[in-house]
Each structure stands twice: as C-alpha cells, then as structure tokens.
Ligand binder design. Structure first.
Ligand code: AMP
Length: 215
C-alpha cells in the first residue's frame, strides 16, 4: 500500500481535491480524518462523544483517538490501494504514530502534498462552504455552486453549513494549524517527501498539479 498525505490549512481544498482525484482513479482511497470524526460524533460512539467538544471549539482531538481510528482503517485496507490521507496527521506525534502503523502494515509513505493557500482565501472559502449532511458532498456558494441552490447535486438533500465553520472557530482552527500542523512541513521536508502545490486558481488546474506530484 502507498500513502499520500494531503497537508494544508482548513479551507485549503484537501477534501475537494481528494474527491476529484478519487473519482478519476479507482486505485485511490480517500480517508478524511474530519469525516471519520464527524461520523463518530453522529453515531455517538465513545470516540465520537470524546471528540465532540474539541471539534466544536476548533481544537484538535487527542492524538491517540484519531491515530487509532486511522490505524484501524489502514489495517483493513487492500494491499494494492493508494491511500489519500486528508487531515491526518496534524501533529508531530500523529506523524510518528502513522510511521509505526505504516511499518506494521508494510505501507510506504510516498509523498506529502502541501496545498499552499493564503489566509484571506482560506477564510472566504470556509465562509462559503456548504456540505451535504447525508452524503458528505462539498460545495461553495460561488466557487462550486450546486446545480439547484441549497440542494445537494448527488442526493438532493438540503445543504448545511458545518458547525465549526463560523468565523470565531475558524480563526481558532487557523491558529491551531499554525502552531501544531505547520511543523510537519519541515518534518516531511527533511525526509525529502514534501511537494508544495499552488492551491489557488481553477480547481481543474489544482487537481492536475497534485496529480503530477503524486504520480
Ligand atoms: P476537518 O474536516 O479536517 O477540517 O476537521 C474538522 C475537525 O476535526 C478539526 O477542527 C479537529 O477538531 C478534528 N480533526 C480532524 N482531523 C484531526 C486530526 N488529525 N487530529 C486532531 N483533530 C482532528
């Protein structure tokens, strides 16, 4: 198994880009740590109950909690898949836990793609983000509008704003990113794995640039 990590601030487009790549390549599997956690919160599993408060405040959930969820998933995965990890790892401790899981499963860390987007664009993207509460599809009121206003293109459900996409929580998430996730850039840079990609402009262009660096 090959692992590709998508690294970037909240709103940098990790989920959108991963969705496009996966739709065009059956060998790719998209794992979003945020989606795993939101699903656990919805189902009120013990991990979900523990994670809920952290997520509402825009803080990171405890490293072990999310690392175990991701490890379970990796362990159950087919050997020939390429895994696109979106939102994990987010701390140095998580990166080290991922190394342990990868070694145990015989998976190779192939590359770490950094989606580079300036703060003003991040805030605009998050403010306009809408998601489908049923199937998880993501939209943006102006950049990726649904065909019918307010309704999911895939399943027709009414779109919602994520609870943690309000301005106050977003500011906290951006400062948490700076403090806890940015150190991963040097960590993976030193291992020769980092591929920096311009994360603004037309979506198709961003997807192409990412595809080139993970090929
Ligand atoms: P995301 O959907 O990636 O923006 O994540 C939403 C929220 O889930 C974050 O603000 C965190 O509270 C939590 N979360 C997602 N991934 C992680 C992670 N790798 N480590 C800790 N918390 C996470």
């Amino acid at each position: 198994m090959k692992i590709v990590i998508l690294l970037g601030a909240p709103g940098s487009g990790k989920g959108t880009i991963a969705g496009r790549l996966v739709a065009a390549d059956r060998a790719l599997r998209h794992v979003s740590s945020g989606d795993l956690l939101r699903d656990a919160v919805k189902r009120q599993t013990p991990a979900g109950v523990e994670a809920d408060g952290f997520m509402k405040r825009g803080e990171l959930v405890p490293d072990g909690l999310i690392a175990n969820m991701v490890a379970d998933l990796i362990e159950g995965m087919a050997g020939d898949a390429t895994l696109l990890l979106d939102g994990f790892p987010r701390t140095l401790a998580q990166a080290e836990m991922l190394d342990v899981t990868a070694a145990r499963c015989g998976a190779a860390l192939a590359s770490v793609v950094l989606l580079d987007v300036e703060d003003a664009v991040l805030i605009d993207r998050i403010a306009g983000r809408r998601v489908c509460p049923k199937c998880g599809a993501g939209f943006h009121v102006t950049n990726i509008p649904p065909r019918q206003e307010g309704l999911c293109d895939v399943c027709g459900t009414e779109l919602v704003t994520r609870k943690d996409d309000n301005l106050e929580t977003v500011r906290n998430r951006l400062s948490v990113y700076q403090a806890q996730t940015v150190p991963l850039i040097d960590f993976y840079g030193a291992r020769g794995l980092l591929r920096k990609v311009v994360g603004t402009g037309a979506i198709d262009g961003i997807v192409d640039r990412v595809r080139q660096v993970i090929a």
